[in-house]
Design a protein around this ligand. Structure first.
Ligand code: G
Ligand code: G
Ligand code: MN
Ligand code: NA
Length: 253
């Protein structure tokens, strides 16, 4: 309850910031996208990770307000970077299940894109398999979202109650291979086979694929040997503040 009250105050006082984790094309180490990850800049406890507050925000309904702020801030920041001559790459934003099923989701995303002036092709929404259990509902939502021109990626792919039929039913652009398959990939032949199979399947289905949670060169080598074209993980970069992204990844002008 105390956490709930503090979280409500944090929303009122605008205590959230976005960090950005670079997504890298390993053949030339270029940044090809970024995932926006919310942090709570707590006045006394420092920078709190989403694991400490997202589920409370979801349980209390505060996720709508927080999620809208995250979307607007990610789009605003991306537009600002584009205007400043930064790389023309998309930002991906995580959606909670409640947001995905919010009746006015499409309308407010359109509004945010209008207000920030971000070209829709540079916004990617990350959803998880669990959100699509009701296929008839998800089809309508996803079709409306993609009609806006934004991209959809399937986060934590392989971890949940995956049904491969989702991949042919829904308009999805990218699979994000869950990091649980990566952590032990250098030792575990099953993980290696699963990852290789996901990459091959994505290729046949004309889907982009990104591997998450790459921490070591050995892991990267396996992904590259299997022709994974996009990598997100601590090996390249942890999630960074906006200022640190600029310092580390933008060519000085
Ligand atoms: O950054 P970190 O590894 O602590 O993130 C932990 C989890 O929090 C991840 O699963 C991520 O998807 C989730 N998360 C981060 N930012 C957001 C956000 O803006 N909205 C939602 N719904 N989840 C987020
Ligand atoms: O569930 P989701 O994919 O949204 O989670 C993203 C989270 O994964 C981020 O909070 C980020 O900090 C974390 N993450 C990204 N790369 C790595 C990595 O290489 N190792 C570990 N342990 N976590 C990572
Ligand atoms: Mn994610
Ligand atoms: Na993930």
């Amino acid at each position: 309850v105390e956490m709930e009250i503090n979280l409500r105050k944090a929303i009122e006082h605008n205590e959230f910031v976005l960090y950005y984790q670079p997504q890298i094309r390993p053949i030339d180490s270029r940044m090809i996208g970024m995932e926006a990850l919310v942090r709570w800049k707590h006045p006394t406890k420092g920078m709190l990770p989403p694991g400490m507050f997202i589920s409370i925000a979801e349980e209390t309904g505060m996720i709508y307000e927080l999620g809208t702020w995250v979307l607007r801030e990610a789009c605003r920041q991306m537009r600002e970077w584009h205007d400043a001559g930064g790389p023309l790459i998309p930002v991906s934003v995580n959606l909670s299940s409640q947001q995905f099923h919010q009746t006015n989701l499409v309308a407010y995303i359109r509004k945010i894109l209008d207000e920030t002036g971000l070209d829709p092709q540079y916004l990617e929404l990350e959803i998880t398999e669990g959100m699509m259990m009701d296929a008839s509902v998800s089809t309508v939502i996803l079709n409306e979202l993609t009609a806006l021109g934004i991209r959809i990626s399937l986060d934590d792919f392989g971890k949940g109650y995956s049904s491969l039929s989702y991949l042919k039913l829904f308009p999805i652009h990218k699979l994000k291979i869950d990091r649980s398959f990566i952590s032990d990939i250098t030792n575990n032949d099953s993980d290696k086979a699963i990852v290789a199979t996901i990459i091959a399947m994505a290729k046949h289905l004309n889907l982009e694929v990104i591997a998450e949670g790459i921490e070591t060169k050995d892991q990267l080598d396996i992904l590259m040997a299997n022709e994974c074209k996009e990598i997100q993980g601590f090996y390249y970069s942890r999630p960074l503040s906006a200022a640190d992204v600029e310092a580390a990844f933008f060519v000085p002008m």
